[in-house]
Write a new protein. Structure first.
Length: 121
């Protein structure tokens, strides 16, 4: 039963979904992102369905790229006396949320994430 694709009325609480929800939850409590990436690293090494591989890579890349974009935003904000903060920080937040939602939607269908290597969504 766990390997069957979800029907339109079912919400699947599979591992990639849990990580996506932790990432989305980081907008309320930032620590959940760290928990999510730790779970992605742990679960990546455990036996899992083949469609989950892309999700773990995608979540790990999202975490590290999010850190990189945030560092760029901080440095840019300091250099421009916080003018870039009004643009960059909201963009990073929207980008991060879009990637988490993209993975969440694919996980609900038991499908791999497309374009794992992209820096965009």
């Amino acid at each position: 039963m766990a390997n069957e694709p979800a029907t339109s009325n079912d919400f699947q609480m599979n591992r990639p979904t849990i990580i996506s929800l932790l990432y989305i939850g980081s907008f309320l409590m930032g620590i959940t992102t760290i928990i999510g990436v730790i779970l992605a690293y742990v679960w990546k090494g455990e036996p899992h369905e083949t469609w989950e591989d892309s999700h773990y890579r995608y979540h790990i890349r999202t975490f590290w790229m999010g850190i990189a974009w945030t560092v760029v935003a901080v440095i840019g904000s300091i250099i421009t006396l916080f003018l870039l903060a009004w643009i960059l920080f909201p963009l990073v937040a929207v980008w991060f949320a879009a990637r988490a939602i993209k993975s969440l939607l694919a996980a609900q269908k038991h499908q791999p994430v497309t374009n794992v290597e992209t820096w965009l969504v």
